[in-house]
Design a protein around this ligand. Sequence first.
Ligand code: IPE
Ligand code: IPE
Ligand code: MG
Length: 246
Amino acid sequence: MAFSKKAETPAGAVPKHVAIIMDGNGRWAKKRFLPRNAGHAQGSRVAEQICEDAWNLGIEYLTIYAFSTENWARPKDEVDALMKLLRKYMKDSIARSSKNNMRVHVIGDISALDEDLQESIRKLEEVSSVNTGLKFQVAINYGGRDEILRAAKAFATECANGTKKPEDLNEALFYSYFDTAGIPYPDLMIRTSGEMRTSNFLPWQLAYTEFYFTDVLWPDFNKKELQKAIAYYAGRDRRFGGVTEE
Ligand code: IPE
Ligand code: IPE
Ligand code: MG
């Protein structure tokens, strides 16, 4: 798949950073009398395609929710199947990221993952770090509350050893301890499958983000649906607490 120039960018504002909660894999499979894992496999293919589409539409940063800190509560065979898919995804992405000029960064606490998966993630991040195209964040064992706690602990540790002082803390400094440090806050958050909640995804970063919910199940999501979300975004009035001038 070749990443073309940004010729398809529609008129109106294109969000710089889009975050997606890819939900509905299980229901997609159920509707087809397939095992839930078939929904995850299809969902993973859609995620690959959406990276290409996002870049071609002019999006610079894409962050997707692949596995939450709460998803360990699922049956063991589903967790195992998801980990297997992530393993394959990371391995395939090593070649794909070079071809697509995509920089991949995993957010979340990866220390809880199997050592070989951690190794693939590190390799993928290293190999793709030189790429200058889409900045792609994959959230694995990610929980927003966990991320905030880890940031607080890291800052507290530096206070305890004297490298920082509590009064140094401000929004920018605190954000520098986050997994998404250096990445602008998302402009648009998309959640598929009709659920209207954030399920612990980027609570700090989404404070002023526009939300777009669609009933489309993630394995059915495509470029057209992404364009609909972008069109919705283009029509929003982002006030950031201020007032819009007449
Ligand atoms: C999203 O699909 C994928 C993950 C959470 C890993 P689900 O597996 O949550 O699908 P539904 O919500 O049961 O349909
Ligand atoms: C959110 O979906 C997590 C991911 C998409 C990885 P869930 O399906 O786990 O969320 P809930 O349980 O419906 O809130
Ligand atoms: Mg779900």
